[in-house]
Design a protein around this ligand. Structure first.
Ligand code: C5P
Length: 321
């Protein structure tokens, strides 16, 4: 498939005055996450590897061009300051389009868990509305709007496996990974991202990356190169938030050990937590492990490649995959 077909600007819906679509909103994992230092702008400089997985929310959208904008959202759970509405307003203002937009959001991705659910929902709106309004937005502009909604939002404009630098919004594609079975374990502990960064106690520096010769950067760089050929379970994958977040929520390291005992390799926290994930060799091993956790805490899934991500998007907008 040509690289251009992964561009958000390539999505367009058939021209009708009132359109209804149901789009997917996938979760992400951070397969590795290193926090280098605090920057003068208050954000932290990081290096991470994002991966989309099959755990997903579903967003139904009814869209009609109108004289005045009216945005309605009904959601399966109560979420304050839902990013869906903010994302829709941002996008319609940018397009200078007025429309009636009704969203029905079915949440399956645990919230406040480091799985990117809110960011993914925001990006789903940014991908869908230009297609529904038949007004494509050039990718650099769309990425800028995404970044204004949150550091993780731009990743979901692309999906698959990606390397992220800076705030986490400067993205480069990494090779598609095989469909690895993964078990996500989320206990409902809510971790505030801002608090988790604070707990790291990183110093402010002006440096573009980190003090010269950083062993963190050398190790991260090596594993990004190895990602193409090596099996993930042989790589020294790490999440810099684990130490700080595990010290506050003492049940999390025990859950990570349980995942390892059940055969997960590696078992890590995603983002700033509190969800953990374990990679398994086979779907059967993963399902056996899932059965050892309370059913509301275990979320069986698998990796979703960029190719699959885009096929799902095209299907949902009535285009050939
Ligand atoms: O960008 P987003 O709104 O998702 O970030 C939430 C909070 O997480 C920020 O206000 C900031 O405190 C922290 N953050 C950070 N460095 C990053 C990303 C987020 O310090 N790279």
């Amino acid at each position: 498939m040509a690289a251009a077909s992964y561009s958000p600007a390539s999505l367009l819906c058939p021209s009708t005055s009132r359109v209804q679509v149901i789009v997917p909103s996938f979760a992400k994992l951070n397969l590795d996450l290193r926090v280098l230092h605090k920057r003068p702008d208050g954000y932290h400089e990081l290096r991470t590897i994002f991966q989309t997985i099959s755990l997903k929310d579903t967003l139904a959208i009814e869209f009609e061009l109108k004289k005045r904008t009216q945005i309605e959202l009904s959601c399966s759970i109560q979420i304050d300051d839902n990013l869906v509405v903010r994302s829709a307003k941002t996008l319609l203002d940018h397009l200078k389009v007025t429309a009636s937009v009704r969203f029905v959001l079915d949440k399956k991705i645990p919230i406040g868990a480091g799985l990117g659910g809110g960011s993914s929902n925001a990006a789903a709106v940014l991908l869908a509305l230009p297609a529904l309004a038949r007004k494509p937005v050039p990718p650099p502009e769309l990425v800028r709007l995404a970044e204004s909604l949150g550091s993780d939002v731009p990743f979901f404009l692309y999906g698959g496996t990606a390397l992220a630098l800076g705030r986490g919004s400067e993205l480069y594609p990494l090779p598609d990974q095989p469909r690895r079975p993964v078990l996500v374990v989320s206990t409902g502990i809510h971790v505030s991202t801002a608090e988790a960064y604070k707990a790291l106690g990183r110093n402010v520096t002006n440096a573009l990356t980190s003090p010269a010769g950083s062993p963190i950067l050398r190790e991260f760089q090596t594993l990004a190169w190895d990602l193409d050929g090596s099996s993930l379970n042989r790589l020294p994958l790490r999440n810099d938030f684990e130490e700080a977040v595990f010290a506050i929520h003492k049940e999390l390291p025990a859950l990570a050990r349980k995942l390892r005992r059940l055969g997960a390799k590696p078992a890590l926290m995603t983002g700033s937590g509190s969800a953990l994930f374990g990679l398994f060799q086979t779907p059967a091993e993963m399902r056996t492990a899932a059965s050892k956790f309370p059913s509301g805490n275990a979320f069986p899934a698998r990796f979703v490649s960029r190719r699959e991500y885009w096929a799902a998007w095209r299907r949902s907008l009535g285009q050939p995959a």
